[in-house]
Structure formats: C-alpha cells, structure tokens
Write a new protein. Structure first.
Length: 723
C-alpha cells in the first residue's frame, strides 16, 4: 500500500496519484526552492537540499549457529531446563493462528528466521486489496515476516539486544567466513531494493556499524507499520519482530518522545538490520547544555528525564544508552525532550550504578562550563560520591531541588524561559499601573501564575479570491512588577477575528465594522476584570446592530445582505472568555491534550447533529455547510453567540482562524509540524503564523486566510505541604 502524504489514504502500489485527493505519489516539492523532485531523490537536483527520507541503519553481523547451540546460549541466561524445553518448542513451532495467517513458502523453515513472499504472491495480494491487517502486512514493500524464538526481553542476553551474537564464541566465528563484509555506497541492504546506503562502511564479524540509508519507497508501509494488530501481544510480537528490534519497538511505543521510531528490521545470512528514525540533525544534549540561553529549569528538566529513563532502561539492560554523550539528543521543538538515537546494551562484565550516571552529569557540566545553583551542585556531588544509592532517592532529591528552585527564584533570568518578543515595561513605567488599581498591593504568585503572553495576527487574500473580506484585531496590555516576593505579571488582551460575506465589498465592510465596534465597546466598558457573559453578549449584539442597520438603510435583501462571522478571545491573566458566531473557529493547544477545537460551527450540519442526526446523514444535506447565524443579516433576536470561559492551568496556545485555514482538517493533519511547535517559547510567532498561511495557500487557498495565535505560558509553582 502507498500512503498518501497529503490525506493518509491507502492506495494500491501501482498508483501514481492518490485515489482520494489526487496528490502525487511519485513527486513532491523541495522545501527550499519549491521545485518538483522525485519522491525517492536523496537531494534536490535544483538546489542540493536534502529532500529524501533517510533512516539510520544499525547493522550487526549475523553469525550462523546450530539450533541447539542457540538454545543453549539463551538457556545459560535463563537457567531453567523447563525454559530450555519451552524455547526448543518455540523455535520449531509457529503459533497456530500465525500459521493460518501467513503462507509459508515450501522449503523455508522457521529456523531460518525469515519468511519471504514471491513476486507472484505480492502481485496477487495487490490485486486482491484485502482489508485485513494480515493481508496489508504481507502486501508491503519489503514483503518479509520474521520468525524468532518466543522469549521475553529479559531473557535476551544483553548484547543480543543489538547484535545477533556476542562474537566471543570462536566456534561460531569459524563456522562463518572471517572476511569483512563490505557495505558500498549505493548498494541496497534488502532484497527488494528499498533501502539504499548513503555512505560506505565495513562490517567486521561480531561487530556493528551505523549507516544512513535512503528510503527509495517512502510511501510504502513497512511490515511493522502495516501489522500493528499482529504486535498487540508479546507472543505475536516475538513472531514478527526479530530479537534485535524488540526493545526498540516496545520503548518507542510506550515512550515515543524519548526513543526513535522503529521503521523496519530483518535478519539475513550476513547481517541483521534495524532501521530507526535518523536523529543526527537534532542537537546533542551537550550542545544545548552549552547554550547560554538554556535556563536552569530546562537543565533540571533534562536531569529529571535522564533519571526516569535510567529506571526505564534498567528493565531492558540498556542503561549504557544514557552514558554515551553523542547518543543523547534533544528534540528541536518544545518541550525539548531528551531522545536517544539508539540503544546500547550493558556489558556482562560490569554492573552499572547511579555512580555512572553521575559521571555523565559531571561531564555535561564540565564540558559545557555551566555554573549550577547550589542545591543541584550538591546533589551531583552526592551522586558522584555514591551517597545516592537508589533511583527513587535520586528522583525524590530532584523534586526537592525543583521546589527550592521555584521558592528562591525572584529574578526574571531564573524563570524557565525568556523571549525577546515578550513585552516588558521598564522600571520607570511603574507609575503607570495599566490594568492594576492604583492602591492595589502585589500578592504572592499563586499556583498558576501567567508569566508570558504574546499574540500575533495575520491575514492573506488566498490564491483564488479577488479581495480579502476577513478582518482581525489584536490588543495586548502587559504590566510587570518585581517585588521581594517574586515577579508579578498582569495582562489582558482582546483578540477578534471576522470572516465577512456578501460580495461587492459588503463582506470586507461587515467584518471591519464588527471588529471596530467590538474594540470601541470594550475600550469604553471593560475595566480590569474578565468581562461577564452579559457584557460579552451585549457587545456582540451592538456589533450585529451596527451591520444590520446599514443593511436596512441600503435596502439589501436575501444573499445581498452583508454579514460576518466572529470568533473572539478575551484574556485576563490566566482566565479566558471565548465567544463566536458562525464558522470561524478557536482551537486550544496544550502539551497534555494536544490540539482541540473549542468552538462548534454554527451551520446546518452541526445543528442536525445536535438534534441527534448522525454526522454521516447530517452532512449529506446540500445545505450542510450553510451558516445558521452570522452578524448583520438579521436583527439581534436571531443572534445567539456561544460564550465559554476557560482557565489556563498549563502552557497553552489559542488559535483563532477563519475557514480558509481550518477547512479540510488542515490544523489537525499538520499539528505535528506546524502547530505543536507553537508551545515552544523560542518559536517566533510571526514566522509561525506566516508558515501557517503558506500551508493554507498550498493545501486550501480557495478562501481568504486569517489567523491569530495567542501564547500563554504559566509558571506552576509547587504547592505547599499544607495543601
């Protein structure tokens, strides 16, 4: 199956365009120069930019051993004769349900640890296009399924997690040619000629190399992607995932933010291959440690992550992975989690302890020339001197350090982040209290204190419209104080987005009238506190009346009456009021819940769904997308805005958008590349907003495009013991 990169639809292998959306399955645009390149090109032929899909191949030598020897090697690590019998049976038997799901080629035995489909079988599968998970798995590009002994990860000898043999058994070495395996640039690692070496390497018997490879069939599902249901139980995973890849699969599934995606894995006569997401372009942890703009809290976050990963990896005997400095990478996007490029098995001759982890922390500090605050320095000293013996003790002490850090942080530089785009007032501006009452005394920050508010708006005519009928308004007021108790930030903001309609300049007039009326209303009526539901409703009614009266005076009728949608957010510290009329939307983005649509479109289809009609039936109506209300066409009796109130309890991004951006689920589809990074305080919102407009023009473009992005970052201080 070919997975469309545009809509994720599954297409037959021979198709050149997506059956659903028409997107090319053979070409794409270069992200740098915009010109067309083949989807399997490594670099753009026009500008040289890397455009291909690259994976990191971990290749280890395959040493041939007899069946009994292999079982004995495993038994030495498990010890039980009962277990030996179980393993012997596992190797010579495939579970019944698996035998019914896969056709084993005559002459191929499970001991060979490899099943292959012939080209005829592949062709037959493509023609049938069966929907079952099993047929999808057998239909993928690599066309391989692998059978391995059924045993738990804990039963794998440590070095076997990455290599099929320790390389210490001379009898095994003698059974295989002692010559090195030459891996030449341009050669394919697999029989189906999908994964092509970008660099040359030499693989010595019993050794391992890592080499980048080009995926020449990037839209093809690999067997591991095609058969998630087959991997739902340990028994089935043992059948379909070779031993060298099982730890990767389990860890990437459970802790995807810290471990690389497992793309594929297989075993041949000469070598075992594990393909992983290539993280080589991610900065190393040492590089991030060395950056002066990296905050103390961020460093503390990374140390806590390493402690948690130490505990996780202990179960897999892979803690060595945290001791290789070049293996520690940091995701470029917020929250900058630590991620491991690959797994390193622990030595059988040395037992790791927290002392070793302390050594890595010490190396990070020394090489980066960082100066840490006192309690963290003492913790690291205790760790290196063996005073901290268990991971639970280390995690508890890190929590204490964090609490001390928050309680003692009074300077802005000690806060988690700072950004040059954040509005700050100079010390001499303290006499102008802005939204603070003249006699109000600053209070100690509560559990969720807002410490950063920024908003950026932009609009674009789109690719097909003759004029822009959208309008928006962004107003942000911030006041900051420094007190002995800490930093106090008080802020309020008014954010309005309108999508006009009516034609003959009516739409742009209506949308601008609505924005201006609402701004004037709140400038005169709004004091420091969050407006009430009644005040917001009154403001919207006035905006509606302003447009409605002009319609009446111009004797406009029917579809000739101008109108506009509205979505509005009002922010006071960490409280937000949201109101909308029509189909302009507001989305909320948080790390805990991802992106969520907050508003519900005022259109016929949604109205029918609220009445109990299924979405499938509701949106078969020809008028399903017709608005049920808007500002301007009718009097106030027909305008019923939805008004909601939110409390910001974690870092949050609010996105107000017209349908030129939200149509075709654009934000949901591209949230990973264009939306999630908005939470990163270092992400320039001006750049991000214009990237979203470019994305909308590329994939929608049929309408005007308008967006307002509001970023609210909250300082969560620890609760007191009394709580």
């Amino acid at each position: 199956m070919l997975i469309c990169p545009q809509c994720q639809f599954e297409n037959p292998n021979h198709h050149k365009f997506c059956q659903k959306c028409g997107y090319s399955l053979t070409q794409k645009s270069c992200g740098e120069c915009g010109l067309t390149v083949a989807i399997n090109d490594l670099d753009c032929p026009h500008c040289g930019t890397r455009t291909g899909t690259v994976w990191l191949a971990i290749i280890s030598s395959s040493l041939v051993a007899s069946q009994d020897d292999s079982i004995s090697d495993i038994a030495e690590n498990s010890g039980s004769s009962e277990e030996i019998d179980r393993l012997r049976g596992a190797i010579t038997q495939i579970p019944e349900e698996t035998q019914t799901e896969i056709d084993i080629i005559p002459g191929t035995t499970p001991v060979e640890l490899e099943l292959e489909l012939t080209p005829d079988q592949i062709s037959a599968d493509d023609e049938n296009h069966q929907d079952s998970v099993d047929s999808v798995a057998s239909e993928t590009s690599d066309q391989r399924m692998w059978v391995s002994a059924v045993f738990d990860a804990s039963e794998i000898p440590p070095s076997d997690a990455l290599q099929s043999s320790t390389g210490d058994d001379s009898s095994e070495l003698e059974s295989e040619s002692s010559a090195d395996v030459s891996l030449e640039k341009g050669m394919y690692l697999d029989e189906n000629q999908r994964y092509q070496l970008i660099e040359s390497a030499t693989l010595q018997p019993g050794k391992m190399v890592t080499v980048p490879v080009l995926d020449t069939q990037p839209l093809q599902m690999s067997p591991l992607q095609a058969a998630p249901a087959l991997l739902s139980s340990p028994e089935k995973m043992d059948v379909f995932v070779i031993a060298a890849a099982q730890a990767y699969f389990t860890l990437a599934t459970q802790f995807q933010e810290h471990f690389p995606l497992l793309q594929d894995a297989w075993k041949s006569d000469q070598y075992t291959v594990v393909l992983l997401k290539d993280l080589s372009r991610f900065p190393t942890l040492l590089e991030k440690f060395s950056h002066q703009q990296t905050s103390p809290q961020q460093i503390l976050d990374w140390l806590e992550q390493m402690a948690d990963l130490w505990e996780i990896l202990e179960n897999f005997q892979m803690r060595q992975s945290l001791l290789e400095l070049t293996n520690l990478r940091v995701y470029p996007s917020f929250p900058h989690s630590i991620c491991l490029q690959q797994l390193y098995a622990e030595s059988e001759n040395y037992t790791l302890s927290l002392f070793d982890l302390g050594g890595v922390w010490k190396a990070l500090v020394e090489k980066s020339q960082r100066t840490l605050f006192g309690s963290l320095t003492q913790l690291m000293r205790d760790l290196c001197e063996g005073e901290i013996e268990t991971i639970a003790q280390l995690q508890d002490q890190l929590i204490e350090v964090r609490e001390e850090f928050y309680s003692s942080s009074t300077e802005p530089e000690s806060l988690p982040i700072s950004t040059p785009t954040r509005i700050q007032l100079d010390q001499e501006d303290d006499t102008d209290l802005g939204i603070l009452e003249a006699n109000s005394a600053p209070t100690v920050p509560d559990i969720n204190q807002l410490f950063h508010l920024q908003a950026v708006g932009a609009t674009d005519i789109g690719r097909k419209r003759q004029r822009n009928e959208d309008s928006f308004g962004v107003q942000t007021i911030i006041h900051e104080q420094q007190t002995p108790q800490g930093r106090i930030l008080e802020a309020k903001g008014l954010y309005i987005l309108c999508d006009g309609m009516g034609g003959h300049a009516g739409g742009e007039v209506a949308s601008q009238l609505a924005v201006d009326t609402l701004k004037q209303y709140f400038q005169s009526q709004w004091t420091g506190e969050l407006p009430s539901r009644e005040m917001i409703d009154d403001a919207i009614v006035q905006a509606n009346s302003t447009i409605y009266e002009i319609n009446q005076q111009a004797v406009r009728s029917g579809i000739g009456r101008m109108g506009t949608t509205l979505v509005m957010a009002i922010v006071v510290d960490h409280q937000v009021a949201i109101a909308h009329v029509g189909d302009s939307r507001l989305y909320r983005l948080t790390r805990s819940q991802g992106i969520k649509q907050v508003t519900v479109d005022h259109e016929v289809g949604q109205r029918e769904i609220l009445r109990g009609v299924t979405p499938e039936v509701a949106y078969t109506r020809p008028d399903a997308y017709q608005l049920t209300q808007a500002l301007g066409p009718r009097d106030h009796n027909f305008v019923k805005p939805d008004i909601q109130f939110l409390k910001i309890e974690e870092d949050t991004v609010l996105i107000l958008a017209s349908d030129g951006l939200t149509d075709n689920d654009l934000l949901e589809i591209y949230h990973g590349t264009h939306i999630d990074p908005l939470l990163d305080p270092q992400m320039d919102l001006n750049v991000a907003v214009h990237q979203l407009i470019e994305l909308a023009n590329e994939h929608n473009g049929h309408d005007n495009i308008t967006i307002i992005v509001i970023r609210l970052l909250v300082l969560e201080t620890p609760k007191s013991n009394a709580d």
